[in-house]
Design a protein around this ligand. Structure first.
Ligand code: SF4
Ligand code: SF4
Length: 84
């Protein structure tokens, strides 16, 4: 059963402040991010790219940490990834 966030007990609330953004130019298509994501939020697409399925993503940042190419940036929700 889905509970609207505003009705959930405070211990269950999770405010997502950042989202992963994949830079396809830096991505080596190794699949490490998808393997480490515990929410199965990163999927291998038919075109060979890995893409984030935001409905499943909890914004934990593990994918960005494990990416060997620095191809994932955790961008502030509502903001723009800079890949600085
Ligand atoms: S871990 Fe990094 S390089 Fe590997 S598929 Fe994911 S984004 Fe691409
Ligand atoms: S931020 Fe966490 S939940 Fe979202 S795609 Fe990356 S590892 Fe998965």
């Amino acid at each position: 059963m889905l509970i609207p966030q505003e009705l959930a007990p405070s211990s269950l609330r999770h405010v997502i402040t950042h989202r992963p953004v994949i830079n396809f130019h830096l991505c080596g298509k190794c699949g490490t991010c998808a393997n480490f994501c515990r929410k199965q939020a990163i999927n291998h697409q038919h075109n060979g790219n890995y893409e984030v399925f935001l409905d499943n993503c909890i914004g934990c940042g593990v994918c960005a940490t494990v990416c060997p190419n620095g191809a994932i940036e955790m961008a502030e929700v509502g903001g723009i990834a800079s890949f600085a």
